[in-house]
Each structure stands twice: as C-alpha cells, then as structure tokens.
Design a binder for this molecule. Structure first.
Ligand SMILES: [Fe+2]
Length: 291
C-alpha cells in the first residue's frame, strides 16, 4: 500500500500506482484525498475489487469533478447518462458501447472547450486476453525535452476538433468513432495550450499532441502537423509508457491533463470468455476536497 498521500504535490513519482485497501463507495473524505493525491502524483491509479453500482460510480465521479455525458448519446448508460459504455458485445449487429474508436493515442474530450480533467473506468466484464489500455506520461515526456525545445513550445496554442489527426478515415479501426451528421454539425474548433501547467500541481506537461490536435495558431499547416507529429513520436516512446490490464472490479482513473492513452484493439465477443464491458465517466474541473 502506498504511504498516506497528503494533498497533491508535484513530484517525480513513478508513473502509475495501484491503491489497495480502499472502497470508493464508502463516501469517506479520506478515501477521496488518497485517490486524488495519488492521481496527481502518479497520473494513473488503479483500485482493485471496487463494488460499485452505476449510481455509486456516478456519485464518486461527482466528487472527482463534473461528469460530462459523451457526445455519442446512443452509447450512454440507459439509466445514468454520465456513464459511457465501452464494449465488444454486439446486439442486432451493433456494439452496445464504444467498440473501436479509441485505439489511437488521444486524451479524452480534448476537442471540447473545457477538456476532461480525468477519466474513470469501472471494469464489469473483461476478456481473458487483451483489452489493455496504454498510457503515456506527458509530464515526463515534457521534462525529457531539451531546455531550448521546451522554451520554443511555451505559449503555443493548438487547434483541436473531434477526430484523429493520424487516421481521419471513417471506418478505419484506428480512427475516432464516427459521428452522425447531426453530431458532425455540432463540432467546433477549440484551442488549448501545447504546454499545460497542471491546475492542481503546477507541473508542466505536453497536452494533446495526438488525437484531436490538427493545427497550431500562427504556424502553417505543414509546419504545425510536423511539430505535432514530432512531439507525438517523442512522447509515445516506450520509456514513457505503461499499460493496464483490467480485472473485473478494477476502477482505473487517469489524469487527462498529463497523459495520453490508447485502447488496444479487440475482436467482437463470442461468449463470456472474451466479452468486455467497461463503464466510463469523464469529468471536468478539479475534485472538491473541501466538500
Ligand atoms: Fe479515451
């Protein structure tokens, strides 16, 4: 078990942590402080054996920030719209949740004016093989850049919109989940800093260099894409990566402001041994530790 985490602080802590002996359903403020402290130090935290109903999951997520229902309205949980279903189970020819559509490096909701600060995933059903989520530590990637490079990046604003810059082809397994025509009409361009100082810790990280980033304010398109691609290659090196293999009951939380992540491709389920059902909630803003 990790030592008791005080309030979040910038530290060169290892990327990713497993927290043991906690149940987030207990509504204990000390549990929340432990989880938030670990999240901000380690950027990805996993808690095993979490017994959570969908309503309890939403209640805990509300303590981590403001839950944001996903743009794919038809893939939300029928009783709890804050929950997005992730699944390889098909009914009547359609996956019951997001199936493909996240198997590329991205950060959640970076295409919105206020991006998701954290994402929480509760694993209900996991395949015997595969289905891992990969993560990249964007604070470590930023800190590994030469000082002159870091100075050049300071102040740059990146243009984001829904999609995957590296694979815009609809129907490809590594593109973003296709939108309906109505959803496409709602897409807007937004801007986010390329170098983001974390609002809780102040620690700087590369933000959104893969996925929804399509340009940089003041740079020609080819120069912007070249710089974003270079930073993506740098940040997604194996030395900045870790993966999480889910067990049923896992609650995994990642800090979207300091990580990239990618789902691994899995095939449609044929039965219980290879079925996957995860509940996901993304939140905006910071946890209210005083509440
Ligand atoms: Fe995602």
């Amino acid at each position: 078990m990790l030592a008791q985490d005080p309030l979040p602080e910038p530290a060169l802590a290892p990327f990713g942590a497993v927290l043991e002996g906690l149940q987030v359903a207990d509504d204990d403020p000390a549990t929340l402080r432990r989880v938030v402290g670990a999240l901000h130090r380690h950027r990805v935290v996993a808690l095993r054996d979490q017994r959570l109903t969908p309503e309890q999951f939403v209640r805990f997520a509300r303590r981590m920030g403001r839950p944001q229902p996903h743009i794919k309205t038809e893939l939300r949980h029928p009783d709890c719209p804050e929950i997005l279903l992730l699944s390889n189970v098909f009914r009547e020819g359609r996956a019951i949740g997001i199936y493909d559509g996240a198997a590329y490096w991205h950060t959640d909701m970076s295409y919105e004016a206020e991006p998701a600060s954290a994402t929480l995933v509760h694993a209900l059903q996991v395949p015997e093989q595969g289905g891992e989520t990969l993560f990249c530590d964007m604070a470590a990637a930023y800190e590994a850049l030469p000082a002159a490079r870091r100075a050049e990046l300071e102040g740059l604003q990146v243009i984001h919109h829904y999609g995957n810059r590296s694979d815009p082809e609809e129907g490809s397994r590594t593109s973003a989940t296709p939108l309906t025509e109505e959803q496409k009409r709602a897409v807007r361009e937004v801007r986010h800093p390329l170098v983001l100082a974390h609002p809780a810790t102040g620690r700087k990280a590369l933000y959104g260099v893969a996925g929804s980033s399509f340009g940089i304010v003041g740079l020609e398109q080819s120069a912007a894409a070249g710089l974003l691609d270079e930073l993506k290659r740098h940040a997604t090196q194996e030395r900045f990566q870790r993966s999480h293999r889910y067990a049923a009951g896992d609650l995994v939380i990642w800090d979207n402001l300091a990580t990239l992540h990618a789902a691994s491709l899995i095939e449609p389920a044929t039965g219980p041994a290879d079925s996957r059902l995860l509940h996901r909630i993304s939140v905006k803003g910071l946890p209210d530790l005083a509440a």
